[in-house]
Design a protein around this ligand. Structure first.
Ligand code: HAM
Length: 420
């Protein structure tokens, strides 16, 4: 192992491709900010108990994938595997739900950690942008979130994705379904581990990818046939609102999701160019989570979109984002006096809001111009002793090659005019 190697299942974001990650985060965040969601940031780790109770004692995330550890002080902590439990915990701690202004709408962006088997699109450290709307049961809120995620993906130019939609029922109808499903599953030829799963989390068996299991699942009772009237009506309203908004979706009665807190609406955004790790985002309603972690009843809904997989989706569709060059002006001094004067101009330009960089390290003209071109700058500001003696600098358009002499004290104005 080399010292210069990132840990297994992780990778670094480095320029220039890191700019795409920032742009993806921004594209997901912008519609949220525009729709009443406020920014929240919570710690990278929490008490392990929060996830055990929130995400679910029997989920893969908690049993196999959590980075749990004991601190020197004896606290049992875990690196956060997801953002919903933390966000709800923070909202409850700050009493945001008591302000008489429900729903509490929050968005976040950050790193999450799961000890999974790494492969393309599945990492041990990954990045999500998420949104949670806490404290209101209203199908329009579910629809809003799905519409916003759809909007984000479209704004990035993505089109090769589908929205899968399901309802997981509520505390009235799901237990009845669960019992019926368990009865059915107990009669099948399944391995030890899957048999155990029937008792703990039978809905997850429906998600089993193995063909031998899927074949036996034909004829399994379906949750949609067990939904109570309230859940049916609610789901129908979500569907109608999405249709009215022109957002296409597919009903997927088998969509179960890997976290235990979901009730009613669940959805996943899947991208068809990604192979096995095709879920670029997912979410749903979690009406019981607050009570599961010791809070009051607060019906809520949210989603998280994976930044890493969204970037892979862009690649799969051959989309290059049209990102503005980071640098607009590149200053090239020739000689000591020019270094002093141009460095001052660089500071002045930056204060005036012009993205400017400087040829550091006393490079010769040829090398410095190479760096100028590489920076993506539109303009180079070149000055040697003779220019300075006349109170001038050369402003060179790096595309056309055209060069004009500009008075030193007019540099900021001239640069602005040339960039406009
Ligand atoms: P999740 O489906 O576990 O949901 O994760 C959401 C997204 O995070 C996935 O669709 C995927 O793009 C990305 N993701 C998850 N694990 C990995 C990984 N190992 N490597 C790369 N990307 C990954 C949640 O986390 C819920 N908290 C969503 C939610 C919010 N539900 C309600 N509110």
């Amino acid at each position: 192992m080399s010292t210069f190697q990132a840990p297994k299942g992780t990778y670094d974001l480095i320029p220039p491709s890191s700019a795409t990650y920032l742009a993806v985060r921004e594209a997901i965040a912008a519609p949220l900010r525009n729709s009443g969601y406020g920014y929240i940031e919570t710690p990278g780790f929490e008490n392990v108990e929060l996830f055990a109770r929130g995400v679910g004692e029997s989920t893969d995330i908690v049993t196999k994938e959590m980075y749990a550890f004991e601190t020197k002080g004896g606290d049992r902590l875990a690196l956060r595997p997801e953002g919903t439990a933390s966000t709800l915990r923070a909202a409850l701690e700050a009493n945001l739900h008591k302000g008489g202004n429900l729903p509490v709408k929050l968005w976040y962006s950050g790193s999450y950690y799961r000890y999974e088997r790494p492969q393309k699109g599945r990492y041990r450290h990954f990045s999500q942008v998420g949104a949670e709307a806490i404290g209101v049961e209203d199908p329009a809120l579910d629809a809003e979130l799905i519409i916003l995620a759809n909007h984000s993906y479209r704004s990035l130019g993505l089109s090769d994705f589908r929205i899968l939609l399901n309802s997981l029922g509520d505390k009235e109808c799901r237990p009845v379904y669960r019992a019926a499903l368990q009865d059915f599953l107990r009669g099948l030829e399944l391995d030890e581990e899957t048999r155990r799963r029937i008792e703990i989390n039978p809905l997850r068996v429906l998600d089993d990818k193995r063909e031998s299991v899927q074949e036996q699942l034909i004829g399994a009772p379906m949750l949609r046939d067990y939904l109570c009237e309230a859940c049916k009506t609610y789901h129908e309203q979500v569907r109608e609102l999405l249709t009215a908004a022109g957002v296409a979706f597919e009903d997927d009665p088998k969509l179960v999701r890997g976290l235990d807190y979901y009730t009613r609406t669940t959805f996943e955004f899947v991208h068809d160019g990604l192979g096995s790790q095709s879920a670029v985002g997912g979410g749903g309603r979690y009406d019981g989570l607050s009570e599961m972690i010791g809070g009051p009843a607060l019906p809520s809904v949210g989603w998280a979109l994976g930044v890493d997989r969204t970037v892979l989706a862009l690649e799969a569709e051959g989309i290059t984002l049209d990102l503005p060059a980071a640098t607009s002006v590149y200053a090239v001094p020739l000689g000591e006096e020019a270094r002093r004067v141009l460095f001052g101009k660089v500071t002045e330009l930056r204060l005036a809001g012009v993205a400017t960089d400087f040829a550091y390290g006393g490079k010769g003209l040829k090398n410095a111009m190479k760096s100028a071109n590489r920076s993506g700058a539109r303009l180079a500001l070149v000055a040697g002793e003779r220019d300075l003696a006349e109170g001038l600098v050369q402003l060179k358009d790096l595309q056309s090659g055209e060069q004009t002499a500009v008075a030193l004290d007019a540099v900021v104005d001239e640069v602005r005019r040339a960039l406009a």
